[in-house]
Design a protein around this ligand. Structure first.
Ligand SMILES: *Cc1c(COP(=O)(O)O)cnc(C)c1O
Length: 239
């Protein structure tokens, strides 16, 4: 049993309510249905009590974590709270694949065929599937993980042989810039890439999902078609 402080539950609930309101405003302005945008709270570096507080105050059941080790520790602490599940959103090394497939219900940072192959093998052993997003380096920063936009179609086609990976769409982190124009360029690349994959019926999929937008830029991401926004700081506070 995880004990939550009623004041903390209420504060996190208020913040989630405010983010949901901003999501609705951005979606409506873009002519989209607000219910087509999912809020994925990112709980990394915050204790499980914060996760439970978010769940209790708003009913949200899926949370983003970016390290397998931290996810493992939190999943153990939450043992018995089967309502809560996790999306692994950070870079994954192949030697952690077995824990990732055991602990996460979705994975947002698929960026190599080698990793796809290892994940699929683990999933076969565990007799389950995993929702995956292909990570794209939309900013061209050398420090970023993810495939170049021009590599994505060929990469996606190579995933056809891994039946336990359910490809949902694309994921990116935009450039962390104060200059909105630079951030827009990243999101626009993702929208164009999505349109291209759809047009070519890549993998026979509809490429509906775009996981993009964080605390600083989620309204903009929604303008460019984000279906999952990954928000940490604006909900749980600074890390
Ligand atoms: C931490 C993190 C986020 C959330 O970032 P905030 O700026 O705290 O909202 C989103 N996506 C990924 C991949 C992250 O690692």
């Amino acid at each position: 049993m995880i004990h939550t402080d009623p004041a903390a539950v209420s504060e996190i609930g208020v913040r989630i309510g405010e983010i949901r309101r901003q999501i609705a405003v951005a979606a409506t302005a873009a002519g989209r249905d607000p219910s087509d945008v999912r809020l994925l709270p990112v709980s990394k570096n915050h204790p499980v009590a914060a996760i439970v507080a978010a769940y209790e105050s708003s009913g949200i059941q899926v949370f983003g974590e970016n390290r397998v080790q931290e996810l493992d520790a939190k999943a153990s602490e939450l043992h018995g709270m089967s309502a809560i599940s996790f999306a692994l959103i950070g870079h994954l090394q192949t030697n952690k694949a077995v824990d990732a497939t055991r602990l996460a219900s979705e994975f947002h940072a698929l960026d190599s065929v080698r990793l796809a192959s290892v994940l699929d093998r683990r999933l076969t052993e565990q007799d389950r599937t995993l929702d995956v997003f292909i990570e794209v380096n939309s900013s061209g920063e050398p420090s970023k993980f993810g495939l170049e936009p021009a590599e994505v179609r060929e990469f996606a086609e190579r995933l056809a042989v891994y039946p336990h990976l359910l490809v949902r769409g694309l994921m990116t982190l935009a450039v962390p810039s104060e200059d909105e124009t630079e951030v827009r360029v990243c999101f626009e690349r993702m929208r164009d890439l999505q349109a291209d994959l759809r047009e070519r019926e890549t993998l026979g999929l509809t490429w509906d999902e775009l996981s993009m937008g964080m605390s600083s830029d989620f309204p903009l991401a929604i303008e460019y078609g984000a279906t999952t926004v990954r928000v940490g700081t604006a909900i749980f506070g600074a890390r």
